[in-house]
Ligand binder design. Structure first.
Ligand SMILES: NC(=O)C1=CN([C@@H]2O[C@H](COP(=O)(O)OP(=O)(O)OC[C@H]3O[C@@H](n4cnc5c(N)ncnc54)[C@H](OP(=O)(O)O)[C@@H]3O)[C@@H](O)[C@H]2O)C=CC1
Ligand SMILES: N[C@@H](CC=O)C(=O)O
Length: 393
């Protein structure tokens, strides 16, 4: 079994951000308010994840009522208004192609950014926070690149209390799609000391590798299927879809340009997993690591797509007694982190994680080993995390 694995180990105490409150569906009185609180949402992005958010929210009217909230998706901003959508548009919802129609709309309470990229998306998130709007995003590239800046902007806006109440910022979907790993690190491990994180945190590459190993698919067929299922990241249209001779990037391709086809470079190159790992390191240890390859203070990176054509079957089989690849030596305060395909012995939990499923193993002082497993990519799992953040506002 081979899997794209991301791991790190560290011996410092967690210094994560403040906890968020609320969250679980509740049956207590605040949720049973007589008239539901209206939440007007501006959705920036109506693709794989955006469509899932609309689908889940529109199908959850009763749940919303039980929570005392009425979410109205007022506006959806997309790149191409004329493109047919593969989800039903909510009644009265405007579809626009200019983000100003959301950013400049003072009646919108919450902006949900699911367009991707780190330029326009950053502007959308920063401005929305500054204007006192709540913000939810699934954008790991942005969170990895700018979390401290975004949190600073949030603190600044909340200090001014633009709307008279605290703005909230949720990004649960940014790591491992549907698995609640962000909330777990923000809330549930606050009293613990995390010493190690490891696991499979990119659904696209795990889908490719397991379909090659178990389904007998070729690398390019598995990759095409992963793209068609919405697992692959968007990347510039000028890049080729297949990566038989993949690019030798030392930094991720600029992901803000429009795409016609999903280009999995961010996935198979390991960049997406590295962004997620960077976010997890920040939450677990309060430490910022760089995203350049090599050198101190960076995450070592080896993608699935290698110069051998990206076919992991080209590698020689390892003996069955190969130790788990995620054993780290502690070395004082040093943190070591890497993203790499690894052979995993069949006795290891990670060996049974196939398809777009992700798994994160958290090693900590009080709990020992905790494993979170679930769908790490795709429409509904990812949208579910966004919806949970929206309903948590
Ligand atoms: N897919 C997944 O499994 C997961 C995705 N994510 C993250 O979620 C985000 C969205 O991903 P996903 O839904 O897959 O991406 P898609 O490419 O499917 O959707 C992107 C959407 O954004 C719109 N868009 C793109 N550029 C612009 C622009 N300049 N102005 C207005 N609208 C624009 C597109 O419009 P149009 O439809 O007209 O082209 C499209 O509706 C990304 O940050 C991704 O990393 C996170 C976890 C899992
Ligand atoms: N491309 C990503 C999508 C979710 O984060 C993945 O495959 O994991």
């Amino acid at each position: 079994m081979i899997a794209l694995v991301a791991g790190l180990s560290h011996s410092l105490l967690v210094g994560g951000p403040p906890t968020r409150t609320g969250g679980a569906r509740c049956a207590s009185s605040p949720c049973m308010a007589e008239s539901p609180r209206k939440l007007r949402v501006g959705l920036v992005g109506g693709g794989t994840v955006g469509g899932g958010i609309v689908t889940i929210l529109e199908g959850a009217r009763e749940l919303q009522a039980s929570l005392g909230v009425d979410v109205e998706i007022a506006t959806i901003c997309v790149r191409d208004k004329a493109k047919p959508r593969d989800f039903p548009l909510p009644a009265g919802c405007a579809v626009v192609d200019d983000v100003e129609e959301i950013l400049g709309d003072g009646s919108i309470d919450l902006v949900c950014e699911v367009m991707g990229g780190t330029t326009l998306a950053k502007e959308v998130v920063m401005r929305s926070i500054a204007d006192g709007k709540h913000v939810v995003t699934a954008n790991k590239a942005l969170i990895a690149a700018a979390l401290p800046e975004l949190q600073e902007k949030l603190a600044e806006a909340n200090a001014k209390q633009v709307l008279g109440s605290e703005g909230k910022f949720g990004f649960e979907a940014a790591v491992c799609g549907g698995i609640p790993i962000i909330h777990a690190l923000q809330r549930d491990f606050l009293g613990d000391e995390v010493s190690q994180l490891s696991g499979i945190i990119n659904g696209c590459t795990n889908f490719i590798l397991s379909n090659m190993a178990q389904g007998g698919l070729s690398y390019s067929d598995a990759l095409k299927e992963a793209s068609a299922l919405g697992y692959a990241e968007a990347a510039p249209r000028r890049r080729r879809l297949a990566t038989r001779h993949p690019p030798r990037h030392t930094s991720p391709p600029h992901a803000a340009s429009p795409r016609l086809l999903a280009d999995p470079t961010l996935d198979v190159g390991g960049f997406d997993a590295r962004s997620k790992l960077k976010i997890l390191i920040k939450l677990a240890f309060g430490t910022d690591v760089g995203e350049r390859v090599g050198g101190r203070g960076t995450v070592k990176l080896l993608g699935v797509a290698k110069r051998d054509g990206g076919d992991p079957r080209a590698a020689p089989p390892l003996p069955s007694l190969t130790p788990p690849p995620l054993v780290f030596r502690r070395d004082g305060d040093r943190l070591s982190a890497f993203v790499s395909p690894c052979f995993v012995p069949t006795s290891n939990t990670l060996a049974s994680i196939s398809g777009a499923t992700n798994a994160v193993q958290i090693g900590s002082a009080n709990l020992g080993s905790t494993v979170l497993v679930g769908q790490g990519a795709g429409r509904l799992p990812t949208a579910n995390s966004c919806v949970s953040d929206i309903l948590d506002i």
